[in-house]
Design a binder for this molecule. Structure first.
Ligand SMILES: O=C(O)CCC(=O)C(=O)O
Length: 260
């Protein structure tokens, strides 16, 4: 039986959530193609930012040592997972038109949410080796996923801003095939320096990594990511979806979670 209002095509879901051909500018599309990333400044308004920060801390407090376990825990960083089911505030993370437009532009076919995680490098920690969020790319392999970093705190040179190497999404293989020591600085690496409220969206093959937080403050982010529909999700949303979430969200959101 067909469910009333059920959405079955990505184009339909995107249209329902307000994505059009002009949601991304020509420059943004060019940056994604050539550099592998785009930074959207001031994408999250102050009120939403406050809600996300409050929710982030509330969950850390509530979940304690088990925070992040649905996906991954990391020494030196606090982590959260399964944010789809942990507050209405996170609905925006997988329904924002700008980021859906990025996913459609890069992946170029039907996609769904991969996962939404939270991460903050603890003071004095957080350095990661240069990596991509996908296995080594074959020559001319299509792009399968994007990741996004939602800045809940300002990113500065000192506080563990993400480093990345522009253009590396086009390379075959992995950073370890090119760098002797992936922990070391890369001569062409750049830092995402931006204010809280910005979102860094990138091709999943772009080389990047967290850096050391040399301050005494938190450096909190959310990582909503999207993957081509034929692949498994990082967190199987059908397994985790709560009835209260399912009942709250729109048919387009259910399509993006792949829970119908
Ligand atoms: O939070 C960051 O700065 C990047 C995190 C990251 O790349 C990862 O955990 O794989």
């Amino acid at each position: 039986m067909t469910q009333q209002g059920k959405i079955t095509a990505i184009e339909e879901a995107l249209a329902a959530l307000g994505v059009t051909e002009s949601t991304l500018t020509a420059d943004e599309k060019h940056a994604l193609d050539e550099q592998g990333y785009v930074v959207f400044h001031d994408l999250i308004d102050q009120e939403t930012l406050e809600k996300l920060r409050n929710k982030y801390e509330e969950l850390m407090e509530k979940e304690g040592n088990s925070a992040g376990t649905e996906f991954h825990q990391e020494a030196g960083a606090r982590r959260l997972s399964d944010l789809v089911n942990k507050g209405e505030a996170f609905d925006l993370c997988y329904t924002h038109p700008k980021l859906l437009a990025v996913a459609y532009h890069v992946i170029g076919r039907a996609f769904k949410l991969h996962s939404i995680n939270g991460r903050d490098a603890l003071p004095g920690q957080g350095h990661q080796g240069m990596h991509s969020d996908w296995k080594g790319r074959e020559e001319n392999e299509p792009y399968h996923a994007i990741n996004t970093i939602w800045l809940l705190d300002d990113f500065t040179v000192e506080n563990g801003a993400t480093r990345f190497v522009p253009g590396t999404h086009k390379l075959a293989g992995r950073p370890a095939d090119y760098m002797q020591d992936t922990q070391a600085a890369h001569p062409e690496e750049q830092l995402v320096i931006a204010k809280a409220g910005a979102v860094f969206a990138y091709n999943v093959h772009l080389w990047h990594g967290g850096t050391l937080n040399r301050t005494s403050q938190t450096r909190r982010v959310l990582h909503p990511s999207f993957v081509a529909r034929e692949f498994k999700q990082q967190l199987n949303q059908r397994e985790y979806i709560r009835k209260s979430t399912y009942d709250r969200i729109s048919p387009a959101a259910r399509y993006l979670l792949d829970v119908d």
